[in-house]
Design a protein around this ligand. Structure first.
Ligand code: GH3
Ligand code: MG
Length: 322
């Protein structure tokens, strides 16, 4: 048996989660005996049930029987790939039908591997181990590619991607889209007086505070640049975005992080620029326009004395501030 300590550092501390799918309970029992010591197991005896459990449990890997009444393995795999939350779960086909044809068909359908029945327990364990390692490595790479290392919120790359996606979605649904840019006030002075380490801590606390306040599942908090954060708010109009911005302003102030060298009231504060696209984009409007408007409002908030927010909607000439 392969010891788990042979695993790559990408492995999580918890037991890997496997979904076993076979219409014959006796085959499930053999797989259960083979894998239960080192894995958390979920089981399904049909295609529909497999899909339901896959969506509910989001397993790390699925061992899938090919021939089943109702939805067969190929149909299940297609359905998994079609949904965002299950699209990347690796699938190993397990089938009594052997031969190059079926093996090729399984791999072409998008399975990562093929295991013939009757199963050889040590081969199953070894292959499961290999594909879990690959899965956890790719999870780790995805996390590193999209998360800011210092604060743990989304990074600029993820923000840019989501801004384009949400811009297009708002256009399709004729819904509002808002953006709040948040910039720490007098942060250079903070670093100069309290040290870079304390500066890093303050950024982490501000990021955590924003994440605490920006709660809807579709919202995104990202580190936009050095001491600047962005909150992307789908389905949110100007008034709601302004209300949230004031809430963020107050929440950061309420942390009462001492800043006696330029901070307002002796504590660390932020300035915020809010921009909203209230309805459908006019011809020529691009996501960069929303960013530009939020940036202009942030500049205005700084100009008016910091520790405040300014807001505007695309297409409006007026603005609002607090
Ligand atoms: P303003 O109120 O106009 O925003 O002034 P400011 O001093 O905050 O702005 P400025 O752009 O002059 O300085 C930003 C500072 O943020 C300078 C930079 O060293 C600091 N900074 C940027 N990224 C980091 C980081 O990751 N860690 C730390 N500790 N400081 C950072
Ligand atoms: Mg600043």
């Amino acid at each position: 048996m392969l010891p788990l300590d042979a695993a790559a550092p990408a492995w999580p501390a918890r037991k890997p989660r496997l979904l076993l799918v076979d219409d014959q309970p006796v085959h499930l029992q053999v797989l259960y005996r083979t894998l239960s010591a080192e894995h958390q197991l979920f089981m399904a005896t049909g295609g529909e049930q497999a899909l339901r459990v896959a969506h509910e449990q989001l397993p790390d890997l699925i061992l899938l029987d090919v021939v089943m009444p109702g939805l067969d393995g190929f149909a299940v795999l297609r359905a998994l790939r079609a949904e965002r939350d299950t699209a990347d779960i690796p699938v190993i086909f397990v089938t009594a039908h052997s031969g190059e044809d079926i093996e090729t068909r399984c791999l072409e359908a998008g399975a990562v591997d093929f295991i013939p029945k009757p199963i050889n327990p040590s081969v199953v364990r070894a292959r499961v181990h290999t594909h879990l390692t690959l899965k956890f490595q790719s999870d780790l790479l995805r996390t590193l590619a999209f998360v800011d290392g210092l604060t743990g919120v989304a990074n600029r790359r993820q923000f840019d991607e989501r801004l384009n996606i949400e811009w297009a979605r708002a256009q399709r649904h004729a819904s509002a889209l808002s953006l709040i840019l948040v910039d720490v006030d007098h942060f250079k002075a903070y670093n100069d007086h309290y040290g870079h380490q304390a500066g890093d801590d303050a950024l982490r606390r501000v990021a955590a505070c924003l994440r605490e306040q920006v709660r809807r599942g579709t919202d995104l908090v990202a580190r936009y640049g050095g001491e600047e954060f962005a909150c992307l708010l789908p389905d949110t109009g100007l008034e709601d975005a302004q209300r949230l911005a004031v809430q963020l302003l107050e929440a950061v102030r309420a942390m009462a992080i001492p800043h006696r060298h330029g901070g307002s009231g002796g504590v660390l504060t932020v300035s915020l620029g809010v921009a909203t696209r209230a309805g459908p984009a006019r011809p020529g409007w691009q996501p960069a326009l929303l960013l530009g408007l939020a940036d202009a409002q942030l500049y205005e908030a700084k100009h008016r004395g910091r520790a405040r927010m300014c807001a505007a909607a695309l297409g409006d000439d007026g603005d609002d501030s607090a």
